[in-house]
Design a protein around this ligand. Sequence first.
Ligand code: NAD
Length: 425
Amino acid sequence: MTTTLHLPEADADLTPLEEARAQLRDAIDFLGLSEGKYEMLAHARREMTVAVPLRRDNGDLELFIGHRVQHNFTRGPAKGGVRYDPNVDLDEVRALAMWMTWKCALLDVPYGGAKGGVRIDPRNYSQTELERVTRRYTSELIPILGPEKDIPAPDMGTDEQTMAWMMDTYSVAVGHTVPSVVTGKPISLGGSLGRRESTSRGVVHVALAALESRGLRPAHSTAAVQGFGKVGRGAARFLDEADVAVLAVSDMYGAVHNPAGLDIPALEAHVDVTGSVVDFSGAEPLDRDALLELDVDLLVPAAHEGVLTSDNANRVRAKVIVEGANGPTSSAADRIFAENDILVVPDILANAGGVIVSYFEWVQGNQSYWWTADEVEERLRTRMLGSWKDVTAYAREHDLSLRSAATIMAVERVALAHRQRGLYP
Ligand code: NAD
């Protein structure tokens, strides 16, 4: 069994930013870096908070708060998603931006880390209203965006259409078309084949490797997937295609369970019609959060942060957890999983497929030369499995959890770039 580093002794669960900083602190201590370096990396390089007024379709006026946090851009332009969610707050965005820095460094893509968000529930607004919110939010951020400064991508509550609006708004402002200011845009505007499903594919590549590392053969394994959005839905589909029996899935409205395995294509067709997994005829209803405690080999949390905590960790029966979402596991839960010999594949490794293919999209756009879907997938697989091997080897060598190993490797790369560039002035 591996050990985790200096995780808090108390069972109290931390906020995402406290979690991110505790992970950084462990990495800094392990690497013998200075307190000053910790302070530099614990704080974002640049943050912007903007007011986003919206004239609703019915003439009413509403105001939303948006953020963009560029945690670090020492290794290249800042990179990270934009989230539309009613729970967005600045500290959460700060944590997500820091994790993006580690993710890009770990996967060795030449980017720093950023994250953005608007505190809005997109389900309550029309497409034309969301377009106006997106354009206003983007235009407020224009001074800090750009293909060499900061490159947004989709996250919770945003999609290819959001990226097309952001790209258009930026392009109009600078006077020429700049496709590479965003990734995850539609193929017709310079998006990459395979970007849409890249995060899910990456999750499944490492999930299969993780199952095998525990002596579990995919064809005899079972899984539960929390969240049925861009990441969770694809993860369920690719697990199914790899002959893993997906027994349960959930979304914000509820969960469905079939002990014999869900018919994923039929479930996807149901979701396309109804907008939710709930009431799928090929399964029994299940309490939404009970999904996390099912007796399965593999659990893929792919909804949002903070779902595996000291409250439920001792009831989790999965043998392997692969973090599709960012920050789903608290450090208190991590400690319990280590004690219970549950393998956790951390977010900065597990869900890095999206940023890898975002990087491929940026490279293809810069060269105006497009790869086939097979080329994209093969390069993604090679990068994901290469990082899986590197992280597991480092963890074994130093007797660390995969999360500690991945964070340390990433922090070391960022610290090296700081050292090589020197401190201005
Ligand atoms: P999304 O908005 O497309 O989907 C989110 C899904 O989670 C929806 O099905 C929603 O109904 C469900 N959900 C919300 N609350 C839930 C709850 N309490 N229980 C169960 N389901 C719930 O978002 P997404 O892009 O799939 O992102 C999901 C997670 O993956 C986030 O943590 C995000 O930061 C992370 N992530 C996304 C990408 C990407 O490329 N989209 C890349 C890396 C990481």
